[in-house]
Design a protein around this ligand. Structure first.
Ligand code: ADP
Ligand code: ADP
Length: 219
């Protein structure tokens, strides 16, 4: 279980980005975090990922406190953030904790297959469309078989067709291993389509104003 325990975040310039945020996400559940710009959504994901530290409160997965990035927590941003000097396969393998070269190649191949890009292993990031690049980012996040997958506006930069395609794709992928998923989005429709629960955030200071469950039988 992912537990966000009364976390607060005050940035060095005094901005109260988060105040007293508490969330519990059961294993294999999908939580969407929605809210306008500046209400602390990205900050929340950075704290859960261990990329940044909370000022107060704790984040834990199965009771273990998260204080730094961990391979079992995958992260996907709005932009793919691929390394331009590495090909697709090496981008996927970049953060893969697997010392055995054969195993490593196999894992990369599997991850690329999952996102439908088996034939793109030797391509360069600049040769990819926006949707393809984001699929590579998804493969890179999945290759470590994360327990928790954090997605920060993963489809916002894509056109509506590509977005719909990747939303479907994400559900398929999630279904295979059912990681706990936290999806930050400003797209309420996306939240309703993908999530089991929705947390609505408010700014100044960033906080959770409301949470609700989605009752639609979707999968
Ligand atoms: P959202 O993702 O919902 O747009 P953010 O988490 O990016 O919100 O930002 C929450 C608040 O914290 C905003 O007021 C933003 O300006 C501020 N903020 C974000 N990052 C920093 C930072 N590194 N230093 C200072 N203030 C920040
Ligand atoms: P989109 O419709 O998503 O914007 P693009 O028009 O960017 O897609 O790309 C369409 C196809 O052309 C994709 O399959 C992509 O891999 C390929 N492609 C795009 N740019 C290049 C490039 N510089 N070199 C080789 N293939 C490319």
């Amino acid at each position: 279980m992912l537990q966000v325990n009364a976390i607060g975040k005050v940035y060095q310039n005094g901005t109260r980005a988060l105040e007293n945020v508490t969330l519990n996400v059961d294993d294999g559940e999908i939580l969407a975090v929605v809210g306008g710009s500046g209400c602390g959504k990205s900050t929340l994901l950075r704290l859960i990922s261990g990329l940044d530290r909370a000022t107060t409160g704790t984040v834990s997965v199965d009771g273990v406190t998260i204080s730094e990035p961990h391979p079992y927590i995958g992260l996907v941003f709005q932009e793919p953030r691929l390394l331009p000097w590495l090909n697709v396969a090496d981008n996927v393998g970049f953060g893969l904790h697997e010392p055995d070269t054969t195993q490593k190649g196999q894992r990369i191949g599997e991850a690329l297959e999952k996102v439908g890009l088996s034939h793109y292993a030797a391509r360069w990031p600049k040769e990819l469309s926006g949707g393809q690049a984001q699929r590579v980012a998804l493969a890179r996040a999945l290759v470590n078989r994360p327990r928790v997958l954090l997605l920060d506006e993963p489809f916002s930069a894509l056109d509506a067709f590509t977005r719909a395609e990747l939303q479907d794709h994400l559900l398929d992928l999630w279904n295979e291993s059912r990681p706990t998923l936290v999806l930050v989005t400003h797209d309420l429709e996306e939240a309703l389509f993908l999530a089991d629960h929705v947390a609505v955030m408010r700014p100044h200071p960033g906080r959770i104003a409301q949470t609700f469950d989605i009752a639609l039988p979707r999968r």
